[in-house]
Write a new protein. Structure first.
Length: 457
């Protein structure tokens, strides 16, 4: 990438004039950036006229800058749909992104957990075989898996998870059975990844050790599962037992775990999921069977998908019309760091635009949904309507659909007028900076008392 350090005023003039600077240099780092400066960058050394920078790097106060641009660059809204605006700390994540993205041997585990979380989010409305890919792309674990594939360190993955929580809260309209189950599954997957290996026992059950045994099992009988059954007072099924017998063991586990006061919620959910995963190791065909238990055991579908994905002969990518394979394609999508973001806006700008008394609207790429960049190259997608579906809708309750449509059209017209007003102010500001040629602007012809222009004979 080719870049230059500028101030806010210089950035405004570059964007308003449509003339990118010609003295660009290779972007290497932003360590010596002054607090009052920013770096703007393009993919080439000679950007085209009116070509916006693909990257804006600030030393701090990213949201403050985006609040400023929402006022002075209202005609480019949202800015982060066209230019990635990040901090100097996030720049290394972008520049160090690997050329090939991979989750290694944990890929199927991630995918199984993602499919499980997606099913939990839709409740009983959709069967596993009918689950759309977009529901998987909106999950917490999908965003975390994408970050892991990019090589993001564990502390930053947790921070990206916090941003996902904030984005979902702003979007609204989603049923949530508890954030703890998603975080517990994430913690186990991070512990299983070599670069995060600092093993800790989670809660009242050593879930990480059992999952690692699943990962290394290679189709043999799982000794750790037999020991858990023994602790619960349940007989282990015989080798090669019929599926009906295996399901009976699962039902016994559900009954014993539900009344066990020594296990926390996460451990109970994991045990129920593990028991069902042993009926058909590597398969997620019994997802619908668990849907009935998702309220009693939060996160059980994600745990079930994880257990199935960690099995040696996992089938999570090929089941449900290759749903898992489509998830893998999105997870490992290779994106150029110097390219434009594939989103409607960033989480920072989303929060800025939604923070006003009347949230600002914008045109999304796909009607009915919004794609938000949580961190460089890490996205999430939610159902979304440009008109905020919260308290504002209550104001129009009882009014006809025609009046509501008219109000929306009026809001769009007002926003267009504001944009034109901001443009005129920018032009006036640029003219004032250029100075007055020949001692001032050309004077108007003298007018008569009635306001008509006098003619020179």
């Amino acid at each position: 990438m080719w870049s230059i350090a500028v101030t806010r005023e210089e950035f405004l003039d570059i964007v308003a004039s449509g003339r990118p600077p010609s003295n660009l240099a290779r972007l290497k780092s932003a360590t010596d950036l002054l607090p009052s400066e920013m770096i703007i960058a393009w993919p080439s050394a000679q950007p085209r006229q009116w070509e916006l920078p693909t990257l804006v790097v600030l030393p701090n106060l990213v949201r403050d800058f985006l609040a400023w641009t929402s006022t002075y660059l209202a005609m480019i809204k949202p800015l982060t749909a066209f230019s990635r605006v990040i901090s100097t700390r996030q720049l290394s994540m972008l520049l160090d992104a690997p050329e090939l993205l991979s989750l290694g041997r944990l890929q199927n585990g991630w995918i199984g957990a993602i499919v499980g979380e997606a099913l939990e989010s839709v409740g009983d409305k959709v069967k596993a075989s009918e689950l759309p890919i977009r529901n998987c792309l909106s999950t917490f674990l999908f965003a975390m898996a994408r970050a892991s594939a990019l090589g993001v360190v564990s502390s930053e993955i947790i921070e990206i998870g916090d941003r996902w929580d904030r984005a979902r809260k702003l979007v609204g309209g989603y049923e949530d059975l508890g954030n703890g189950s998603r975080r517990a599954v994430l913690q186990v997957l991070m512990e299983l990844t070599d670069k995060y290996s600092s093993h800790r026992t989670s809660g009242t059950l050593d879930v990480v050790t059992i999952c690692r045994a699943l990962l290394d099992n290679e189709g043999r009988r799982l000794r750790e599962f037999d020991e858990l059954l023994s602790r619960l007072g349940i007989s282990s099924p015989d080798i090669g037992a019929a599926r009906e017998d295996q399901i009976q063991v699962y039902e016994n586990v559900v009954r014993r775990v539900r009344g066990d006061g020594t296990l926390d919620k996460s451990a109970k959910s994991f045990l129920v999921a593990l028991a069902l995963s042993r009926v058909a190791p590597g398969s997620i065909e019994y997802m619908d069977l668990l849907s009935e238990s998702r309220r009693d055991f939060p996160g059980v579908l994600s745990w079930y998908g994880l257990c199935a994905g960690l099995s040696a002969k996992s089938e999570v990518q090929s089941q449900f019309d290759s749903l898992g394979r489509k998830v893998a394609k999105e997870l490992e999508y290779i994106e150029r760091p110097d390219g434009r973001p594939r989103c409607d806006l960033s989480i920072d700008e989303f929060e800025v635009l939604m923070s006003g008394v009347r949230p600002v609207g914008w045109r999304s790429a796909n009607p009915g949904q919004i794609t938000i960049e949580l961190a460089p190259l890490v996205y999430t997608t939610f159902r979304w309507s440009v008109t905020r579906r919260t308290e504002q809708n209550d104001l129009f309750e009882g009014r006809s659909a025609d009046l509501l449509a008219a109000d929306k059209e009026l809001q769009v017209m007002i926003e267009e007028l504001r944009s034109l007003l901001d443009q005129s102010r920018l032009v006036a500001d640029r003219l004032s900076k250029r100075g007055k040629p020949n001692g001032g602007f050309p004077s108007e012809r003298p007018k008569t008392r009635r306001g008509t222009t006098s003619k020179t004979r």
